[in-house]
Design a protein around this ligand. Structure first.
Ligand code: GTR
Length: 733
């Protein structure tokens, strides 16, 4: 597709964004020629140079850094001016606090005709008795975080806060003074930090080799940018910097219920370069991503602070960034200078956390030694799993099969035989299931209101006309059931939807962050009872996956997801207000993978009356180009959802079953497959053959029209238009 056609497509598909339209009109820019840009579905390796050579020395890494900086400027932060050579500082006020801490307000002027100005406030702790001038390490942050500076001063830091944040932003004067640059607002703010450092160079009490910068959220983003471009910064703490901070666009897009490029460039059009918006849905084509920016901090100490259930963060995405950037820290010989600091809760910080930030500073400035052990929440080490589980698979013993080798049978009876074999194979792939006991269901262990509120599903979040009911089911899992208000008491059992959520670590089943009305609410409003729960490793259950393979080395995370989903069906069948003959599964992304496996295992019971798969998996044996889509190895090696699948990487034709078979297991029940044209992980050319291969089984049953495949011109996001497709299909059932 040529760039002009790509732009036309983006304009058809993306929501209106007037600021972007204005930029397009004024700049005349077109998207890059995406056909010429390589796809790199997973985070590109930081230690592979532009020429494809592996970087093996810190010196070679220096050259790589320059390339990254240039790409960041072009695609993300814009071009900015060189440091000014005419910086003047005017002390606006100065006084000494009761405790002896000096407070000084300064205004800097600089730039062409001195038209740029920046205010900053210095808090200089008293020198220890006997010291004329004691150089103190510097704690640099934005004016919003003045209270953090109080803690820093107490701990012996010279704090500097500057007016480059939403609460006070002097950087508009920069834009006016330097009209020739297309830097973004966040980059201007980052550049402001550098001007503070210019001034600190004149402050005798500032230890210039110990400059720590931090900031929260949008200020975390600017702190990372400042670190990337100013070597004088000696340490950075990214506090919940989120999208465009530590979280890559690849791993935190809308398909992960994240704050993707579409939303952030529309809602905050000044934060990032408008060019970034070209990459919505094509994040795999990004020439630079946020792990690059984090790596620019190396070898300087860099702490990545994240809240587990913050709707603008993702424990998974941060772990990917960490693992990618850790390679650079390893190369530099300082692996312990990069760490993730996990905290419970949502977007907020509190004293305990800021003290930890200062612990990090103290540790790396040689003032004290605090423990920052490496902790990774999401299983990621496939080789480690293989060794510890002692799993061996002789792939050569599996016959090679075409995609339609099972579904291409001649009679329903033949298919039934295939299905029995399939059941065994699916169960084998999911791993050795541990003992099972059926739950009685109940309310003991319900999610308490404060937790529900943190994860965005407290009572206050339930829209008018809908009710939420809790149930504890399966192996002590909490479920939420959304129904039309009053419907549970009406005596007429409701059709129901089992909602299986996508790869959404922070939010679990709910698409929280400014995504419009959530699927479970829309479906409940339409008259369905919607059963929702967090799958293992997501939402309230993020930490549950951490030791899963120690507990169950020979089972699989997907096996556990399927077991929980089956338990949800058990309890749904027992709820008097649900019509157990009319329970339909709806899976999006990961949820589709779960639902498809559930369907195959449910063969005799057939408790799902139908299934809707939105942005589900591509055919395993066709999805072999990992650079393009991530490949089927994202279910095995990348996520350890289905680790056994990883043995088949080199011989995909030997995989014992495929998506086509799983779809066919639902026949003759209705199935909807929605696979958007621009789905970068499951493009139609890899999905359609699986759907088509399943068609024969539907035809054998005489119900060919019950397998519906829709390919909207869209990318992977499950926004209102994709939800509408599902709703329409459900209503027809
Ligand atoms: C949100 C933004 C997040 C984060 C946050 C904040 O609205 O989308 O990425 O930056 O603001 O700055 O508090």
């Amino acid at each position: 597709m040529n760039p002009r056609a790509t732009l036309d497509q983006l304009r058809r598909v993306l929501p209106d964004c007037p600021s972007w339209d204005a930029w397009l009109a004024q700049s005349g820019e077109l998207p890059p020629d995406f056909d010429q840009l390589p796809s790199r579905a997973r985070l590109p390796d930081l230690l592979t140079g532009d020429d494809g050579a592996t970087i093996t020395t810190p010196a070679a890494w220096q050259a790589q850094r320059e390339g990254i900086r240039e790409r960041l400027k072009h695609w993300v932060v814009g071009q900015f001016p060189p440091a000014p050579d005419n910086l003047r500082a005017e002390v606006l006020s100065e006084h000494v606090d009761e405790g002896g801490t000096a407070q000084r307000e300064v205004r800097l002027t600089f730039g062409p005709e001195g038209r740029a100005t920046l205010r900053l406030w210095l808090f200089i702790p008293p020198a220890r008795a006997g010291d004329a001038i004691e150089r103190a390490p510097v704690f640099l942050t934005q004016v919003t975080h003045r209270d953090w500076a109080l803690i820093a001063v107490r701990r012996g830091y010279l704090a500097c806060v500057y007016a480059a944040a939403d609460s006070a932003d002097d950087t508009d004067t920069f834009a006016a003074a330097y009209p020739g640059y297309d830097w973004t607002r966040l980059m201007r703010r980052a550049w402001a930090a550098s001007r503070c450092i210019d001034y600190l160079e004149t402050v005798p009490q500032a230890a210039m080799s110990q400059i720590a910068i931090t900031g929260h959220s949008r200020n975390g983003k600017q702190s990372l940018m400042a670190t990337a471009f100013d070597e004088r910064i000696s340490l950075v703490i990214s506090s919940s910097s989120g999208a465009g901070g530590v979280l890559s666009a690849r791993d935190f897009s809308e398909q992960q219920f994240g704050e993707g490029i579409e939303l952030i460039t529309r809602r905050f059009p000044e934060w990032f370069h408008p060019r970034l918006r070209f990459f919505v849905g094509r994040e795999d084509k990004l020439p630079v991503d946020m792990h690059d920016m984090v790596a620019l901090a190396a070898p300087r100490p860099c702490l990545l602070s994240i809240a587990l259930n913050d709707a603008v963060e993702s424990s998974w995405a941060i772990q990917q960034t960490y693992l990618a950037a850790q390679k650079v820290y390893d190369l530099c010989g300082v692996p312990d200078r990069l760490r993730i600091l996990w905290r419970p809760g949502s977007h907020e910080t509190w004293t305990t956390i800021i003290e930890r930030y200062l612990d990090w500073c103290d540790t790396h400035f040689g003032r004290a030694s605090y423990r920052f052990p490496e902790r990774l929440l999401h299983p990621h080490d496939w080789e480690g799993w293989r060794a510890s589980s002692r799993t061996q698979v002789s792939v050569g013993e599996f016959p090679t099969r075409a995609l339609s080798s099972r579904t291409g049978v001649a009679t329903v009876a033949d298919w039934e035989r295939e299905r029995v074999a399939l059941h065994t194979q699916v169960a084998w792939m999911l791993g050795d299931a541990p003992p099972h006991l059926t739950s009685a269901g109940g309310d003991y262990g319900e999610e308490p209101p404060h937790i529900a509120a943190t994860i965005g599903r407290g009572e206050a979040s339930v829209p008018a006309g809908i009710e939420k009911q809790q149930v504890v089911f399966g192996e002590y899992v909490c479920g939420d059931i959304y129904t039309p208000a009053g419907a549970r008491q009406a005596g007429r059992p409701l059709p129901a939807v089992l909602w299986l959520h996508p790869w959404s670590p922070a939010n679990g089943y709910a698409a929280l962050y400014r995504r419009g009305e959530q699927a479970q609410h829309i479906l409940a409003r339409a008259g369905f009872a919607v059963f929702c729960f967090d799958q293992i490793g997501f939402g309230r259950r993020i930490e549950e996956a951490e030791y899963f393979y120690q507990r169950h080395p020979r089972w699989s995370l997907l096996g556990k997801c399927v077991r929980d989903a089956g338990a949800a069906l058990d309890i749904m069948a027992r709820l008097p207000y649900i019509d157990s003959a009319r329970i339909v599964g709806l899976g999006y992304g990961l949820g589709s993978l779960v639902g498809l496996h559930l369907g195959a295992l449910e063969m005799t019971q057939g408790r799902l009356a139908g299934f809707a798969s939105v942005c589900g998996p591509a055919a395993f044996r066709l999805d072999t180009d990992a650079t393009r889509t991530g490949g089927m190895q994202r279910w095995s090696r990348d996520t350890l959802l289905l680790p056994k699948l990883g043995f088949f990487d080199a011989q995909p034709d030997s995989i014992p079953y495929d998506v086509s078979d799983l779809l066919a297991c639902f026949a003759p029940r209705p199935v909807l497959v929605v696979s958007p044209q621009m789905d970068r992980e499951a493009p139609p050319d890899l999905v359609t053959p699986a759907v088509d291969a399943a068609r024969n089984v539907y035809a054998l049953h005489g119900v060919a029209d019950r397998l519906t495949h829709l390919i909207p011109e869209d990318y992977n996001h499950f926004g209102p238009s994709q939800q509408a497709l599902v709703l329409e299909w459900l209503k027809q059932l």
